[in-house]
Design a protein around this ligand. Sequence first.
Ligand SMILES: [Zn+2]
Length: 227
Amino acid sequence: MDAVVAALEEQLGEKRAALAALTEALEAARARLATDEALIASADKQRNDLHVEIRTMNGQIEHSRDKLNRSRTERETNAAQRELEELRKLMRDREDEITRIETETAPTRTQIGETQAEVERLAAELAAQEGEITEKVKQLEADKTDAGGGREAISKKLPVVLYRRYEMIRGRRGTAVAQTSDGTCKACNMALPPQLFHKLRREPLIDQCPSCQRIIYFVSPEPQKVD
Ligand SMILES: [Zn+2]
């Protein structure tokens, strides 16, 4: 009965862990999404600023062209041409910068799409599992109560000394009962004194393993498989 409760508790723990892992994965995906979106927002702002600068430069280039057209001396022409070339170079730099930003952020933009899909998938899975797991947890809790519920009635039928010994060993070792089929204790794997093993095998009786102190009894070995 105590083993059943322990097994149910383990199952409960696994279900809760599964739910926690799913929740954690969803939070991680959302965090990644937020980071990537912030990165893209900052890149977009940079790109917009560059576009604004390019528009300003277009105006300046117009202005320089006018100057070039109106220039009357070679010196004025040269100066206007230099200015024009300088402005065109500055504009090209900004266009290159925009291309660079777009190239560099392309993988992140793709990643955002993928992460969004992942977030949706995890959220849907979590919603589905949550209902299922909550139901299962409730069932396991109920089973646990049932399994533990008859315990008191049974424990009252046991000799007080035996029950106290059982509880003491269980408290110390986790489980209080061991079996033997071949002369070794199945709980601690230590060999039993031959005399004790013979006694356990001969008579329906219980004793204690001298190594781990668990309450021990004999069970017939599994029948050998014949090929
Ligand atoms: Zn033992």
